[in-house]
Each structure stands twice: as structure tokens, then as C-alpha cells.
Design a protein around this ligand. Sequence first.
Ligand SMILES: [Zn+2]
Length: 213
Amino acid sequence: MILETFPVGPLQCNCTILGDEQSHEAMVIDPGDNIPDVLIRLAKHGLTLKQIVVTHAHIDHVGGALQLKKATGAPILLNQADLPLLKMMDVQAGWLGVATPEVAPPDTSAEEGMVVGIANHPAQVIHTPGHTPGSVCLYVGADHLLLAGDTLFAGSIGRTDLPGGDSRKILRSIRDRLLILPEDTRVIPGHGPGSTIGREIESNPFLQPGVQL
Ligand SMILES: [Zn+2]
């Protein structure tokens, strides 16, 4: 497995390249910005991009997706429940004081239970509403890997104060859908350092028994 995670854009969204050495196929998760850098990294590994998965339609995660699609021809997957957020990209750009990136509706809605990914690295879509209505995580079981978007962070959880956010839903999503994964599952969040499911069960202050938001 080729795995590269690197921060992109002013909010330092973690963009991830997952590639397969044998088939030379790759998927990119959350290409929020810095698309020339993403393309250089793909070329460096000799990878052909097959799929762009966006965990949710916040500008820092989706901002570069269309540019990457235009450069590679790879389809964009994003859960349809985030289409309203995608349509308010100008408002989101206003929050950050940045130019509005060109975006387009996804080619496919990333739906609960769908298996996406590339040869030898199938990834299961887990719908985890809360941070946004259409937030999804990707579980790459063969590689003990969870791409958690802005749902679960090392020692924290995603904010729910933006439009469409829901603090009860995010806790339910994390508890019912993520904490049941094997404890050695490596977690790559949408921002900041990585973790494991076991470490978050043990020490994430938002996930301790009895915590209500
Ligand atoms: Zn977000």
C-alpha cells in the first residue's frame, strides 16, 4: 500500500493518497487545495487516479476536487446529503475570506455501505452524520485504516456549530459506527495527527461514558 497524508490549504485539511503498488491505481481523499502538489505526488509514485472521495462538503475538504477531476478524469464521490452545503460554497468562502473555488455536484453519491476504493484496497463507506448531514468515513479493512474526515479527531470530535451540524448525531455516529471497529484500526482524521480507535475509546474526553452534548 502506498499511503501519503499531507495538509493542504489554509485550514490544513489532511489530504490522503491511497495507492496500490501492483495495479498502480490510486484514490485521493479530501483534495481541499494544493492540487498541483497532489498531482506531483501521484506522478512520483506512478499512480493513476481512479477515484476522488470527499468526506463532506466543507470548503477545506472539497475545494480542489473539481480541479483534480479535470486534471485526471477521476470521478468525485460525495454523499448527497451535503449537496446544500456544496451549493453555498460562496458563503463558505466568505467564512474564510478566500476566493470561491469552482465546484460541481458529485458523479456519485457516497452512500452508506457502498464499497469504493481501488484494487486490493476496498473501502467501505460509513455514513456518519453530525459534523455535516452527509459526512462519511472510509473504512479500509484490509489495511486496518479509517479515514475519518471531520467526524473523529485525535482527542476530539468534529464541530457541530456550522449549518447542518448536529451534536447528538455526531456522538451517535462515532459511538455506533466507529468505536465498534477493531481497536488497532489506524485513524486518519481530517485535520491534525493520527490516532487509533483503541486510543480514542480510552482517552478521547468527548467519548467517555455518560458524556452528553
Ligand atoms: Zn469540516
